[in-house]
Design a protein around this ligand. Structure first.
Ligand SMILES: Cc1cc2nc3c(=O)[nH]c(=O)nc-3n(C[C@H](O)[C@H](O)[C@H](O)COP(=O)(O)O)c2cc1C
Length: 209
């Protein structure tokens, strides 16, 4: 079983990475493989609502050439997820939101009923707002949210400061253990023949009829 983690920072080995790495280490100790996917510093296109993905129905954005479809390819093979972002102006980074808008608009089926956690890294403030931003994706996609003993945040302007944030790192470890436990429980449930709930035909009312 594998957890795919998104490092949404422009810093490959920065504060967000340091938090995700604490999760990776703890997952490994609990027998779960993981990969930290760095979205890099290249331009990320916004969703332009072209609807091409809804026609193609292939779990891919029609726009290639940035991290979106690479992430979706990896996501298809993953059993659990952690989305991590630095806090920019008290919200999740715009680049992360652009990436996740396109990932989920074109490929939300890939994530259905898989465990997911989100984490935020900040120097000082805006973490809970950023976590709220990131939580919007799993909670509209039938994902199973994994939590910890505190909201999933670390504090620091540089990785060395995050390493001093003992409570933040402990929050990451508790999160990882809960994720590992849930993934093993789901695997056990599947092997025992407990089937996923039936899906209803989707209703869209748009509040006007
Ligand atoms: C454009 C920008 C805006 C930021 N806004 C905030 C903020 O609102 N609150 C905060 O605490 N830190 C803010 N920071 C600092 C980063 O969130 C913080 O240092 C984070 O841990 C960096 O993570 P990284 O090393 O993974 O990029 C901002 C940084 C940048 C570049």
């Amino acid at each position: 079983m594998k957890v795919l983690m998104l490092n949404g920072s422009p810093h490959e080995n920065g504060c967000t990475y340091t938090a995700l790495n604490e999760i990776a280490k703890t997952l490994s100790e609990n027998g779960i493989e993981s990969e930290i996917f760095w979205m890099g510093r290249e331009e990320i296109k916004d969703c332009v609502a072209c609807g091409g993905c809804a026609i193609a129905k292939n779990n891919r954005c029609v726009f290639n050439g940035d991290a979106v479809n690479t992430f979706l390819e990896k996501a298809e093979k993953a059993d659990g997820f952690v989305f991590g972002s630095p806090v920019y102006y008290a919200h999740a980074s715009g680049r992360v939101l652009s990436l996740l808008d396109r990932v989920f608009y074109s490929g939300s089926r890939v994530f259905r009923r898989k465990p997911c956690a989100v984490i935020a890294s900040a120097r000082r403030a805006g973490t809970t707002c950023a976590i709220d931003d990131l939580m919007k994706y799993p909670t509209i996609s039938e994902m199973i949210v994994v939590s910890s003993q505190y909201w999933n945040m670390v504090h620091g302007a540089v990785p060395e400061q995050v390493l001093q944030d003992e409570e933040g790192l402990q929050t990451m470890r508790v999160l990882a253990r809960n994720m590992a436990w849930l993934m093993k429980s789901l695997e056990c449930a599947e092997k025992s023949g407990i089937e996923a709930p039936e899906r209803e035909k989707r209703i869209f009312t748009n509040f006007i009829r």
